[in-house]
Design a binder for this molecule. Structure first.
Ligand SMILES: *[C@@H]1O[C@H](CO)[C@@H](O)[C@H](O)[C@H]1NC(C)=O
Ligand SMILES: *[C@@H]1O[C@H](CO)[C@@H](O)[C@H](O)[C@H]1NC(C)=O
Ligand SMILES: *[C@@H]1O[C@H](CO)[C@@H](O)[C@H](O)[C@H]1NC(C)=O
Ligand SMILES: *[C@@H]1O[C@H](CO)[C@@H](O)[C@H](O)[C@H]1NC(C)=O
Ligand SMILES: *[C@@H]1O[C@H](CO)[C@@H](O)[C@H](O)[C@H]1NC(C)=O
Ligand SMILES: *[C@@H]1O[C@H](CO)[C@@H](O)[C@H](O)[C@H]1NC(C)=O
Ligand SMILES: *[C@@H]1O[C@H](CO)[C@@H](O)[C@H](O)[C@H]1NC(C)=O
Ligand SMILES: *[C@@H]1O[C@H](CO)[C@@H](O)[C@H](O)[C@H]1NC(C)=O
Ligand SMILES: *[C@@H]1O[C@H](CO)[C@@H](O)[C@H](O)[C@H]1NC(C)=O
Ligand SMILES: *[C@@H]1O[C@H](CO)[C@@H](O)[C@H](O)[C@H]1NC(C)=O
Ligand SMILES: *[C@@H]1O[C@H](CO)[C@@H](O)[C@H](O)[C@H]1NC(C)=O
Ligand SMILES: *[C@@H]1O[C@H](CO)[C@@H](O)[C@H](O)[C@H]1NC(C)=O
Ligand SMILES: [Cu+2]
Length: 610
């Protein structure tokens, strides 16, 4: 199958050429890091209850990928689970290499049960904490792990060297099968059941039942007793620790704090920040935050805690996950000190916290903010309803960008050996909403009809884009963490209420705005981001050019429309799985540049077919 694709795509090239890639030599300092990811089903017990979950290598959370900036990474993902699935390497820019990005039905078809696909990518120009997760259905509830990118050898961190570091993955846990939870929601047209717990490194902590039972004493980690459902981290007085915090929750923005200990934020989404001290961090699904913590308090046991931030009039799982920061030599019998978190609805904390986030913008790590904008986009975020005879009250909830709920291409269509690409998607996503209205005025609960379509926005290579994401009160206002694949962007401005195109740009930060891959649009507010579209996302020869391109390659056209599964586009979506599932997503079709190294690389021979 793979070799057929290969020869069909590149009649002038042979497959052996691609196979040779693995034998090419690399610059001395760059290494090849190989990982085997066996996606499998394992029984895992939490909250006094075992259930089968999808894991990588039987581990929950999954294994950490450790690399250095400049390394090449090969991850052979073998799918032994009953679900067809794919994995996304969240935050890696995947320059010219959408094939390795991972979102199912966007850059690849899922890896079918029993099959393998090797994600092959270079880690270039990024260092810090990122993460990986399944990118189909709600499988990422349990299929996730950290990616740690160390700086190049001999390059120190631009902050005091920590004595040790620790990955802190925040997540959500359901008692029942998460795929069933999602399916039930889809069937009813309503939000699926909320999670039953939040977790720190997969563990809910002692505020939940079944968390205080010490395991067999052989399970001793860092000489701190390892509790069945509680994450504990041992520290030594006087030492400094780097915490690599990742929000892997499906639907909840989270506050995170450690009792009695302040954090110094030094990096987010693998971008160094101007350091600042805070008693708690706010982290949205998809985001990462590196903080330094000093073990400078009275030796004891201190709770770490994570709980949602939610300032919208909607229900969330508001339960608190806890772990323990434990000074060396302190007995486990000592009751830990409770952690203080901001109130769940503390919008002011959220606004102030996000204001403090600035790119480091040093000579070595400059913030290359686009000063001039080639194209301005304005997308409204809203909820809508669609008729659904089998759903509760005959309607299904949807979520929209510019009043369009994105429809995923169907497997059945992609499987076909030929079809007319024109019917599958259009590159005509509108640059602004169909009709302006008072976006954040009174709630709009009538005429919630929307259109459902697969529409993308075509972007010129290396053009600079400004995108204003405007929350609306269509049904309800809510905060939405938006994630862009293939790029980092700069958050140049944010505010509450309606974006004012005349007044608001005057207050943009074009000097040291935070650069990241996921940014929250505040409840009833807006966020302006800028990026340079220098990562080509589409191989022109894979398209029916009447949709995307003005040139024609008539010779190739016929063959290419057949292989619609092999396109690359950069996905952009709300990182709340609930909203993504309702259609709060679109994609940018970024053209190739004119240069020889400005086009998408050839597809790997083992790219999963549909
Ligand atoms: C998982 O646990 C359930 C209930 O304890 C059991 O019925 C099932 O066989 C187990 N499955 C596996 C794969 O171990
Ligand atoms: C990936 O892993 C599978 C299962 O172990 C193996 O059969 C396959 O050869 C591996 N692929 C590569 C490219 O190593
Ligand atoms: C996986 O994909 C195959 C082929 O497209 C399909 O027949 C099968 O139903 C899919 N499995 C699931 C669980 O969706
Ligand atoms: C990774 O880097 C190597 C060495 O520069 C290059 O040969 C290879 O094509 C790159 N791979 C990708 C996917 O960019
Ligand atoms: C969702 O919650 C309801 C009410 O608690 C329960 O009856 C139902 O079984 C749950 N659904 C799933 C899929 O867990
Ligand atoms: C944490 O920072 C706050 C102010 O930002 C300060 O009042 C407090 O004393 C600090 N606590 C510690 C333990 O350093
Ligand atoms: C958590 O949410 C429930 C309803 O979902 C509510 O009854 C309860 O008061 C909330 N607890 C806190 C601490 O906000
Ligand atoms: C936050 O919630 C509390 C009750 O839990 C309420 O008293 C307070 O007014 C709310 N604050 C805001 C800003 O909505
Ligand atoms: C269904 O409609 C009834 C009557 O209008 C309303 O009370 C109820 O809240 C609706 N249920 C849902 C889930 O929308
Ligand atoms: C939008 O709605 C808000 C709240 O109802 C109101 O205060 C504001 O004046 C409205 N703005 C416009 C331009 O109508
Ligand atoms: C969205 O589009 C539908 C038709 O598809 C229309 O009825 C509705 O008024 C539009 N809503 C907004 C907010 O533009
Ligand atoms: C993109 O445009 C900028 C500014 O004009 C230029 O400096 C840069 O070299 C271009 N990048 C590419 C890859 O063409
Ligand atoms: Cu959202």
């Amino acid at each position: 199958m793979a070799s057929r694709n290969c020869s069909n795509f590149f009649p002038g090239l042979t497959c052996s050429l691609f196979l040779l890639l693995g034998l090419l030599s690399f610059p001395a300092e760059a290494a090849i890091k190989k990982y085997q990811f066996d996606v499998q089903v394992n029984n895992v017990s939490r909250l006094c209850h075992a259930k089968p979950i999808v894991t990588v290598n039987g581990r929950f959370p999954g294994p950490t990928i450790y690399v250095r900036e400049g390394d090449r990474v090969l991850v052979n993902v073998t799918n032994h689970a009953q679900y067809n699935m794919s994995i996304h390497w969240h935050g890696l820019k995947q320059y010219r290499n959408g094939w390795a990005d991972g979102p199912a039905y966007i850059t690849q078809c899922p890896i079918k049960t029993g099959n393998s696909y090797t994600y092959d990518f270079n880690v270039t120009g990024q260092r810090g904490t990122l993460w990986w997760h399944a990118h189909i259905f709600w499988l990422r509830a349990t299929v996730y792990g950290a990616i740690v990118i160390m700086p190049k050898p001999g390059t120190p961190f631009p902050f005091p060297q920590p004595n040790r570091e620790e990955v802190i993955l925040l997540g959500e846990w359901w008692h029942t099968d998460v795929e069933e939870v999602e399916k039930q929601g889809q069937k009813m047209g309503l939000p699926p059941n909320m999670s039953d717990a939040h977790t720190i490194n997969g563990k809910p902590g002692p505020l939940f039942p079944c968390s205080e039972k010490p395991l067999n004493p052989t399970y001793i980690i860092n000489s701190a007793p390892f509790y069945l459902d509680t994450f504990a981290m041992e520290v030594e007085s006087g030492k400094t620790y780097l915490l690599r915090i990742i929000n892997a929750a499906l639907n909840d923005e989270l506050f995170f704090a450690i009792a009695g200990h302040n954090f110094t934020v030094v990096e987010v989404d693998a971008v160094y920040t101007k350091p600042f001290t805070t008693e708690a961090i706010l982290i949205a699904p998809g985001q990462t935050t590196n903080v330094l913590v000093q073990a400078n308090q009275k030796p004891g046991r201190y709770f770490m805690a994570a709980r949602p931030f939610n300032d919208a009039p909607i229900p969330v799982d508001n339960k608190t996950a806890t772990g323990i920061l434990q000074y060396k030599g302190i007995p486990n019998s000592l009751l830990p000190t409770l952690a203080q978190l901001p109130a769940s609805n503390d919008s002011e904390f959220a606004l102030n916290y996000n204001k403090k986030l600035r790119s480091l913008n040093s000579p070595k790590f400059p913030a290359d903010v686009p000063q001039k904008v080639d194209r301005k986009l304005f997308y409204t975020i809203g909820f809508g309803k669609d008729s659904c005879p089998t759903c509760v009250n005959g309607t299904r909830l949807l979520a929209t960008l510019n009043n369009i709920s994105f429809v995923m291409p169907q497997t059945a269509l992609l499987q076909a050996h030929y079809f007319n690409l024109k019917g599958v998607f259009k590159a005509d996503f509108p640059d602004k909403p169909p009709k302006p209205f008072n976006y954040t005025g009174a709630p709009l609960t009538a005429s919630l009809g929307t259109s459902r379509a697969t529409r993308l926005s075509k972007i010129a290579f290396n053009s600079t884009i400004e995108l204003v994401l405007q929350d609306t009160n269509l049904l309800t206002v809510e905060s939405h963490p938006f994630h862009l694949h293939g790029y980092n962007f700069f958050v140049v401005g944010t505010g509450i209420g309606n974006f004012d195109p005349v007044k608001d740009p005057a207050n943009y930060n074009l000097v040291d705005p935070i650069e990241r891959n996921t940014a929250a649009v505040p409840t009833g507010g807006w966020t302006a981001i800028r990026f340079r579209a220098d990562n080509p996302g589409i191989h022109p020869s894979f398209f029916n050019f009447s949709d995307l391109h003005t040139h024609t390659h008539t010779k190739k056209k016929k063959k290419l429309t057949v292989y619609f599964d092999c396109i690359g586009v950069w996905f952009m979506h709300c990182h709340l799985e609930l909203h993504t599932g309702w259609g709060l997503k679109t994609a940018f079709a970024v053209e190739d540049g004119p240069g020889p190294d400005q086009s998408v690389l050839p597809p790997p021979t083992d790219l999963p077919p549909c």
